[in-house]
Design a protein around this ligand. Sequence first.
Ligand code: NDP
Length: 343
Amino acid sequence: MAVLVTGATGFIAQYVVDYLLKEKYQIIGTVRSQEKAEKLHRQFGNDPRLSFEIVEDISSLNAFDQLFEKRANEIQIVLHTASPVHFDTKEYEKDLLIPALHGTQGILNSIKKYGAHTVERVVITSSFAAILDVSRFSDGKAVYTEKDWNPATWEGCQTDGMNAYCASKKFAEEYAWKFLEENKDLVKFKLSTVNPTFVFGPQKFEEDVKGHLNTSNEIINALLHSQPGSTKLEPDYHAEYVDVRDVAKAHLVAFQKEETAGQRLGLNNGPFSSQAVVDILNSKFPQLKGKIAVGPHPGQPDPTPGCSFDNSHSKKILGFPFISLEQAVYDTVAQILKKEGKM
Ligand code: NDP
C-alpha cells in the first residue's frame, strides 16, 4: 500500500518523501509536469518505490479524479501538502484562495468517490496562518493555541497577499474538518492537520538553491544578502519558526500514531526576529564579517516580539525534540554559501 504525497516538488514535501523512503514506504507523488517528475525521480536516485502522477492545477475541482480512478486501491495514506505559498499577487482568489480551497475540496471528494474504503489516514498541511488573527501578527500579547482559528472572511481577507494567503489556509483546513463531520459515515479515514509557523532549513537538494528561495527561506536569504551599515533590517520579521526536518517528521507521526488522529498538530519551536537571524550569521560565519547588516540591536533580545503560538499540547503528542533556530539558520545559510562558492 502507498502513501500519496501531493505537491511532491515542494520545499517541505521533498523532505516528507525522503523520510517516507527511509521508512520503506511506497510513495506516489503528484507533480505538475512530466519534466518535474523526471527531475525529482533522478534526485531520489530513481528509487523504484517512488512513482509519480501529474496533477497540473489543484484549482480544478476534479484535479485528483483521474489519479484516484487509476490508483485508489493502492492508496492507504494521503498527505496533502500542495498549496500556493507566496504573498506577491493582487489576484487573491485566482492565485491563493481558490487553489488552496479547491485543492482540499478536490482531494477529499476524490477520496470519497474512489478511495472511501481504502484510504485510512489523511494529513493536510495547514499552517499557523489558519490559527492566528493576522491583525494581531505584531501583538506580543497575543498567544494562540491549536484551538484558535483565523477570523478572516473570504471578502475581508482580500487586502494584501499575506492576509489572503493566511485566509487561504484557514478556508482549506476548515473545509477539511467540516467535510469529515458531514461524511464520517461515508469515508473510512481519520484526519489530522499539521500547522507550522515559518518553516526554515536547507533545501533537500543543493542543486535547488537558487538566487530566490521558497517564500519562508527567502527571509533568511534576503538577510544574508543585506547591505553592511544599514541599521534597518529588510525584511523585518518578529515571528515564530520551525525547521523543515521537524515539519517532515511530524507529517509521518501525524498518520503513524493513534493519538494524532483528529488533532491539529501545531509545529513551532519559538520566536525568531530578523535581528536574531543576522546575529547568528555574524557570529557563525566569519566570512560574512563586515559584509552584511548587523541590525539595530545586535545581541539583544527582541524588544518588539510578535504574536506567539503555544503548541505544548502538540509537542507532547509528537514526542520528539525540535531543531534550534541557530541550527536551522546555520544549515540554511551554509548550503547557500556553499552553492555561492563562499564556503
Ligand atoms: P512550496 O512552494 O515549496 O511548495 C508548494 C507545492 O504546492 C509545490 O509542489 C507546488 O508545485 C504545489 N502547488 C502550488 N500551487 C499549485 C497548483 N495550483 N496546482 C498544483 N500544485 C500546486 O511551499 P512549501 O513547501 O513551503 O509549503 C508546502 C505546504 O506547507 C503548503 O501547504 C503551505 O501552505 C504549508 N506551509 C508552509 C510554511 C512555510 O513557511 N514554508 C508554513 C506553514 C505552512 P510547483 O513546485 O510545481 O509549483
